[in-house]
Unconditional design. Structure first.
Length: 314
């Protein structure tokens, strides 16, 4: 028998969610008290927050509850990694319609916990409220473990621009879903559950990255944040990107330029970083451009006239 959140009540909901959450080595006090306590061996805590709103960031007919949990956790964990830190904990605020099946909230908790578990982090607390709009707000915490944070403002002319992780897959999957299709599965699943290179953040910090960012809203737009913060120009090469057959086929079938997905699509959460020239990069880091004098972002040395990425208010 299905049970709604209204029937379970607030504390019934909390009890069922907490029962699905594990505990990690960094969690000293988990859910159940007024606040959690998380180990920060470095003495510094990196923090980030993000919010997912139904109808704006996800649709329940496109994503199951576990998918939404993975997406909500991943968006925050990627920001921690982009600072060069190791994620340690998540705090989750959940606002839900009272008539929602409690199974959906449990699935969300499973997805949050599973994604956090990929990096050894755990959900350590949060809050719940009734709301006509389903909303998931997540705060992530991280530990630098002795490294200096990699910010957006350290790029210098002559640095190389490199990318670690998939790009364009989630945007292609979103287009496929928005056109009423459910295949190719590779692209649709990339939208539902991005595959994020969390360990690449601390790796880049150890390699001497001068600037870094989580690509969540579009590569050109997010590289623009580095360019602005560093007061430099960045040029991206189109030929640096692989175009998978399934993406090429989907683009042809849907009448879309696939480079719009690669250069302006978001939600894959790869990490983009700049490195001093001569740094020996591991194979998972692909050089895609260069830092130069000037400002803004160009493609193959020319201004980009297409969309740059996602803007919530545009």
């Amino acid at each position: 028998m299905d049970v709604t959140i209204a029937e379970a009540g607030e504390f019934g909901l909390i009890s069922r969610i907490v029962s699905r959450l594990g505990s990690g080595e960094n969690t000293l006090i988990g859910p159940g008290d007024d606040a959690a306590m998380v180990r920060a061996s470095d003495g510094r805590v990196v923090a980030s927050t993000d919010v997912l709103v139904e109808g704006r960031h996800f649709r329940r007919d496109w994503c199951g509850p576990r998918d939404v949990g993975h997406r909500a956790a991943g968006a925050n964990l990627a920001d921690i990694a982009a600072m060069g830190a190791v994620p340690t904990a998540l705090l989750v605020a959940l606002c839900v319609p009272a008539g929602l099946d409690i199974d959906w909230a449990e699935g969300l908790a499973d997805g949050l916990s599973a994604e956090a578990g990929l990096v050894g982090a755990t959900v350590v607390g949060g809050d719940t409220s009734s709301s006509p709009t389903l909303t998931v707000a997540v705060t992530a915490l991280g530990d630098l473990r002795g490294l200096e944070p990699v910010r957006r403002g350290g790029a210098h002319p002559g640095d190389v621009v490199a990318l670690c992780g998939r790009i364009g897959y989630a945007a292609a999957g979103l287009t496929v879903l928005s056109r009423g299709f459910r295949t190719p599965k590779l692209l649709v699943e990339a939208y539902r559950r991005p595959v994020i290179p969390y360990t690449a953040g601390p790796q880049a910090a150890r390699l001497g990255a001068t600037a870094m960012i989580d690509v969540s809203d579009g590569l050109l737009q997010d590289l623009g944040h580095i360019a602005t913060a560093s007061r430099v120009g960045i040029d991206v090469r189109r030929d640096a990107f692989d175009l998978p057959d399934q993406m090429r086929d989907a683009a042809n079938a849907l009448g879309v330029d696939p480079y719009l997905w690669l250069l302006a699509g978001g939600e894959d959460h790869p990490l983009a970083a700049t490195f001093p020239p001569g740094v020996a990069l591991p194979p998972e880091w692909r050089v895609i451009g260069a830092v130069q004098d000037g400002d803004g972002v160009t493609v193959d040395g020319k201004p980009w006239t297409g969309p740059l990425g996602w803007d919530h208010f545009r």
